[in-house]
Design a protein around this ligand. Structure first.
Ligand code: T1G
Length: 698
């Protein structure tokens, strides 16, 4: 918790206008100290006839980024924000919010309790509370619909959308966008405006069909977050319930959600995302300039990466082995943009503009001007080494040379160049222009400024970046492989693939491991298993079912059959008796009498496998923090965010309990599934991964 700032609220008089400045770095969060001082200030103003108008604003970059999220794991601290807003409403003087930067959550609610809102052109406003598993708790669900109508308010609040100043003005959320000094504009407005308490305005009548549609759309993209349904309910309440009564209901709902397991999990991920950027050894390192990029290989990953870079305004040179492959890459990228436009997420013109930033060809000299080169060629070490050897000849001095490998040894790849300090792993997830996760793989020689450049790139392209050390599969794929392995053990023991997928989806994953495997293609895993065959320890249990399926050409959706059948036109994959026969034959071949496997066992085993492998990864220093691992699984592997990630879930359940499952797993699986020493130690000490994090990484 940041040390409380003395006097986080400043008051100045400009003539008869009182200017209130919230100054609580880094983002002017509405901490208890801020609320207390605001309450005192506005109580004073209400009784001060010499003040004709009031302006409220934030110091530094932002207006107010919301309530202080750190306080939410603590008992309630008075005064509450609704208390402050109620006193503001008693002020006879017009109050004008001067919004610079972010006005989010309680910050926008504070502005909505003002009589006018003036924004600077770079301002961003929104009520993103559902992203934290809560709803606005200070009148946002009641005041916003009075400005924009019920349907729009549902769309904004249930999606937690943040909007720019122009859109906010067009919707009426702000009254004006000041081109020049927003504070001066607000002072002028405070001098002429009258009172306009949103709480006393009616909700504009809207088309019930639109309201219905907004609610349905909101629920469709709720992703299991309970707060979304509550938010829709609250906003709909506004049109039918007196303000004073509705804000009570809103507050009670907010408080209940605040203490929910979901909200705690999402808060954990919020701070995990911020902490992941704090990497020992790079504090103070300056990121290298990033004006031009190049991508080698325009397959599925390369084309997605090129789109992610172009979307962030970067000119990109995509280079392939020959002209035909380059043309294919161009088509792939064009199709990506066409799909986005067809989905209404981008205008045709904007898509063309971005597409035009990407060049395609087989002339490698195109790489020589790039500040960053990302290699996305086939996942074969020899091909990677040859590519980096050639890259070393062409790329300009100081260029960052990145590999998108998802498993291979980044140190070995770096050693293929004379500048290993410039080499880093940038592991994107498919589709690379959509998935939020970016694993930044730190090689032995990777320079701190190169790592800093990786983080700067992640911020620029809107990715969640997590640093990983070099090992087979880094953080995510290594944990996912352990989880997959145990799910296959359960299939050989008695479960069917559809049982496992059903249990895992019921746990909250968007998709079970066998459906995921069919989507990404069984052939990729087959190549990896073959690569590992020579080094696999014969004492480790090996399930060959997937190999049998691949030998039959069952590579998943792309071949119409994998773990499931994909009949033409069928909406859902279908279990296939042929797969059952393969499974039964493998169980028999290993002398296994198939048994019933309950959903609960599948879910506990999944978590046990993930947590156990993760504890090994932590102990080896491949991941810095347990919370980094939660970020990786939640943003790259579909682990339900409302559970906070495997490590957070394990802490919530109690490590002794999880260790019990790991020990059971070891009894079933034997060699290779031994309980991780770190997990055993923490469980025996009655400790947690979050305490381990707190003790280790600042
Ligand atoms: N409370 C406490 N700390 C916060 C904070 C907040 N609301 N927002 C940011 N921080 C810290 C963050 O942890 C980091 O700390 C530092 O500020 C910089 O943040 C009643 C209840 C504003 C867009 O959801 O989205 O209001 O790591 O690295 O990338 O209805 O922060 O340096 O120690 O993210 O420039 C609703 C959350 C709250 C907005 C800036 N508000 N914040 O992004 O910096 S719920 C939000 C953000 C609410 C009411 C309810 C972003 C940002 P440290 P940063 P950034």
């Amino acid at each position: 918790m940041n040390d409380p700032v003395p006097d986080p609220v400043r008051i100045e008089r400009v003539g008869s206008i009182a200017v209130v400045t919230i100054d609580n770095p880094p983002v002017n969060a509405l901490s208890q100290a801020v609320r207390r001082e605001l309450l005192a200030a506005f109580s004073g103003f209400a009784a001060d006839a010499t003040i004709s108008g009031i302006v409220i604003t934030g110091a530094g970059r932002d207006f107010v980024a919301g309530a202080d999220i750190r306080e939410m794991d603590m008992p309630l601290l008075d005064p509450s924000l609704p208390d402050v807003l109620a006193v503001m409403e008693t002020c006879p003087q017009p109050i004008v919010a001067a919004i610079r930067g972010n006005a989010l959550g309680g910050g926008l609610e504070l502005a909505l309790a003002c009589d006018r809102r003036i924004a600077s052109s770079g301002a961003t406003v929104g009520l993103p509370e559902v992203k934290l598993g809560i709803i606005p708790g200070a009148g946002g669900t009641q005041r916003l619909p009075r400005l924009v109508g019920t349907a729009r308010a549902i769309a904004l609040i249930a999606a937690g959308r943040r909007i720019g100043a122009a859109e906010a003005a067009s919707l009426g959320v702000v009254d004006a966008v000041a081109e020049g000094d927003v504070l001066a504009a607000a002072r002028a407005e405070a001098g002429r405006a009258g009172k306009r308490r949103l709480s006393q305005l009616p909700v504009p009548s809207g088309d019930p069909a639109q309201v219905e549609k907004a609610g349905t759309d909101a629920m469709r993209s709720a992703r299991g977050v309970a707060a979304v349904a509550r938010a829709v309910e609250m906003v709909r309440l506004a049109a039918a319930t007196p303000f004073a009564e509705a804000v009570q209901t809103e507050r009670a709902t907010f408080l209940a959600l605040r203490d929910s397991a979901e909200a705690k999990a999402l808060r954990h991920l919020f701070f995990a995302e911020r902490n992941a950027q704090k990497v020992p050894g790079i504090a103070g390192a300056k990121a290298r300039p990033l004006a031009r990029a190049a991508v080698i290989g325009a397959g599925t990953m390369g084309s997605g990466i090129a789109v992610a870079l172009a979307d962030a305004g970067l000119p990109v040179a995509v280079v392939e082995r020959d002209a035909a492959a380059a043309t294919l890459g161009r088509q792939r990228v064009r199709e990506i943009y066409d799909r986005i436009v067809a989905g209404g997420r981008l205008s045709g013109g904007a898509a063309d503009e971005r597409f035009a930033r990407i060049g395609f060809g087989d002339d490698w000299s195109e790489i020589s001007g790039a500040d960053l080169v990302i290699e996305a060629v086939f996942e074969e070490m020899d091909i990677k080494l040859a590519t980096f050897h050639r890259l070393d000849e062409i790329a300009k001095p100081g260029a960052v040379l990145a590999t998108n490998t998802s498993y291979l040894d980044v140190d070995k790849i770096a050693a293929a160049t004379r500048r290993p300090q410039d080499v880093v792993g940038l592991h994107f997830f498919s589709p690379a222009n959509v998935m939020r996760l970016l694993e930044i793989v730190r090689g032995r020689a990777t320079g701190p400024d190169v790592l800093a450049t990786g983080f700067a790139l992640a911020r620029r392209i809107g990715k969640v970046a997590v640093v990983a050390g070099v090992c087979d599969g880094f953080i995510g794929n290594r944990i996912y492989s352990a989880y997959r392995r145990h799910m296959e053990y359960l299939v050989e023991d008695g479960a069917w693939p559809e049982d496992v997928d059903r249990a895992i989806e019921a746990y909250g994953f968007a998709m079970g491991p066998f459906a995921v495997s069919d989507l990404s293609g069984l052939d990729i895993g087959w190549v990896t298993r073959k690569r590992r065959h020579a080094t696999r320890d014969p004492r480790e249990r090996y399930v060959a079912i997937a190999d049998r399926l691949c030998e039959k050409g069952r590579f998943g959706r792309k071949t119409g059959r994998g773990w499931y059948l994909y009949p033409e036109g069928a909406r859902k994959p279908v279990p296939d008796p042929e797969v059952r026969a393969v499974i039964e034959a493998e169980s028999a071949r290993h002398g296994i009498t198939r048994r019933a496997v309950a959903d609960d066992e599948i879910q506990r085993r999944a978590l046990a496998a993930m947590v156990n492998e993760a504890a090994k990864i932590l102990a080896e220093g491949i991941a810095q923090r347990a919370s980094d691992i939660d970020l990786v699984l939640a943003n790259g592997y579909g682990f339900p965010s409302v559970r906070g990630g495997p490590m957070f879930t394990a802490d919530a359940r109690g490590l002794a309990d999880v260790l019990g499952d790991v020990e059971a797993m070891y009894r079933f699986a034997g060699f290779g599934s031994e309980p991780a020493a770190l997990l055993v130690d923490l469980a025996r000490a009655g400790s947690t991964f979050s305490k381990w994090d707190a003790g280790r990484v600042k």
